[in-house]
Design a protein around this ligand. Structure first.
Ligand SMILES: Nc1ncnc2c1ncn2[C@@H]1O[C@H](COP(=O)(O)OP(=O)(O)OP(=O)(O)O)[C@@H](O)[C@H]1O
Ligand SMILES: [Mg+2]
Length: 283
């Protein structure tokens, strides 16, 4: 059995066992549509602390992201940016503090698959597409598990699923590469394909850690356009060191330093902040 088939089979089996919708131990069960955005805040972190062997990677981190917002997180190496994403996605448990998705979903009580299922998608730096499969097939494989079950049962793609894949291919600028094996795409195109795979999961919140690292200037500019177009329908939290890219995104910027928020505001404002210049921009 090919790796992809096995992956798909496992995902279907997981879905049938209910692995994506909580467990019998009474853990918080997340159902579709449960996200409560009544206060317009999609992500709320309050006084989060994470220690590794006594070293505080996050130290009283508090942050709120509005529904539909496009937020950039900048800051020096080791500031805790990736650790923050690890906390949001359930990879790392905070020692203390609160992490809420909408008003009601307590992220500190959910497993990684439960958090993904609740609507938080994460893009790691290295693209992980299925190289032998076409761009189209990669998106098909990334469809929500319930749709994959339907497809497996009826051995066909439904028109609405096909339409959705076509729509995402246009969004990520790969409509003309739909049938190309992903392994033959450029680095930037692979990154877009992986973002497309995230979009197939219909996430409410997208976390993107250094998404334009290794991209050409042209690819970087097109990625900024893509993210700006996704904001509103999705909320995005983007970690980047590339200031031209951050400027092109145009959203509010949060500066992390030593595990907490040093400054927050429009890019021009934080760029003028002497503390920010000292720890980061003035390097
Ligand atoms: N699993 C771990 N065990 C021990 N220390 C860790 C672990 N993960 C992160 N750290 C430490 O926590 C601090 C924050 O790391 P983190 O990766 O979150 O920084 P970052 O802001 O993403 O930096 P960069 O810009 O270099 O990606 C660093 O000092 C790092 O060495
Ligand atoms: Mg990092």
């Amino acid at each position: 059995m090919s790796g992809v088939m096995e992956w798909e089979r496992n995902a279907v089996a997981d879905e049938q066992r209910g692995n994506f919708s909580g467990n019998a131990s009474g853990a918080h069960v997340v159902r579709e549509g449960e996200l409560d955005l009544s206060h317009n805040v999609i992500l709320y972190l309050d006084d989060i602390t994470v220690s590794f062997d006594g070293f505080r990677a996050l130290n009283g981190l508090s942050l709120a992201i509005d529904a539909g917002e496009l937020r950039c997180i900048i800051g020096p190496n080791g500031a805790g940016k990736t650790t923050m994403m690890d906390v949001i996605t359930g990879k790392t448990r905070p020692d203390s503090g609160k992490a809420f998705f909408g008003q009601t979903i307590d992220l500190t009580r959910l497993t990684e698959p439960q958090i993904a299922h609740a609507g938080i998608g994460r893009k790691f730096q290295k693209p992980t597409v299925f190289e032998q499969h076409s761009a189209f097939e990669n998106l098909e494989l990334a469809m929500k598990a319930d749709k994959r079950v339907r497809r497996t049962l009826f051995a066909q793609l439904f028109d609405d699923d096909r339409d959705r894949i076509a729509e995402v291919l246009v969004q990520i600028g790969l409509a003309h590469e739909a049938d190309r094996p992903a392994g033959l795409l450029s680095h930037g195109q692979k990154q877009w394909l992986e973002i497309g795979m995230l979009l197939m999961q219909e996430p409410k919140l997208l976390l993107l850690d250094e998404p334009v690292a290794g991209m050409t200037d042209d690819e970087t500019a097109r990625t900024a356009e893509l993210f700006v177009s996704l904001a509103g329908k999705h909320s995005l939290v983007v970690v980047e060191h590339d200031m031209a890219f951050v400027e092109a995104l145009g959203g509010k910027v949060t500066v992390l330093c030593e595990g907490s928020v040093l400054a927050e505001g429009e890019l021009a404002e934080v760029q003028d902040d002497p503390r920010v210049i000292e720890v980061y921009l003035g390097r």
